[in-house]
Ligand binder design. Structure first.
Ligand SMILES: [Ca+2]
Ligand SMILES: [Ca+2]
Length: 165
């Protein structure tokens, strides 16, 4: 019992030291950081949703990103994925990346539960600090006025079929 109690005490001290060192390193990071990266907590697509199913491309931009230091920043799209098959032929691919603009096909699988596109992008400020961000946009037009459901497949929208990166 004595040994158990001793080990418990050692563990407690160790945990305390660990907590203090974590807090100190956290403080050190906050105070010595010369510049903060952009904040994409409130990033949303514009338009907020795609309300058509005409198979045409819709330009979608990303808004709501800010920079804590007021720096200028640029947005560069890294990847676009979707939860339905991209398909082949003239209605593929379903996304084209043009810098910070996503061209997304206004399309949904007639047999599916509604399409979501996931846009992954990087916001980089003029001091070179980057934030890795993501947002979702749905194709809202649906038979029977059903809400689109997120999930299922995970396809690269820029390539035919349904492939990964
Ligand atoms: Ca397609
Ligand atoms: Ca879906």
């Amino acid at each position: 019992m004595g040994l158990t109690r001793w080990m418990f005490a050692v563990g407690l001290v160790f945990a305390l030291v660990l907590t203090i060192s974590v807090l100190q390193s956290g403080t050190a990071i906050a105070t010595s950081h010369p510049n903060e990266p952009p904040d994409c907590t409130n990033a949303v697509p514009s338009p907020a949703a795609i309300g058509k199913n005409n198979k045409k491309f819709v330009p979608v931009n990303l808004v709501g990103v800010t920079d804590p230091d007021g720096d200028e920043f640029t947005i560069s799209i890294f990847s676009i994925r979707q939860d339905e098959p991209v398909g082949t032929g003239k209605h593929a691919p379903d996304a084209i990346i043009d810098g910070g603009t996503a061209h997304l096909r206004a399309e949904r699988d007639g047999k599916g539960d509604g399409r979501f596109y996931q846009i992954v992008f990087v916001a980089t400020n003029d001091s070179g600090y980057s934030a890795f961000c993501q947002t979702l946009i749905a194709v809202t037009v649906a038979k029977g006025n059903k809400e689109p459901v997120l999930g299922g497949l995970d396809c690269n929208s820029a390539k035919p079929g349904c492939v990964g990166f």
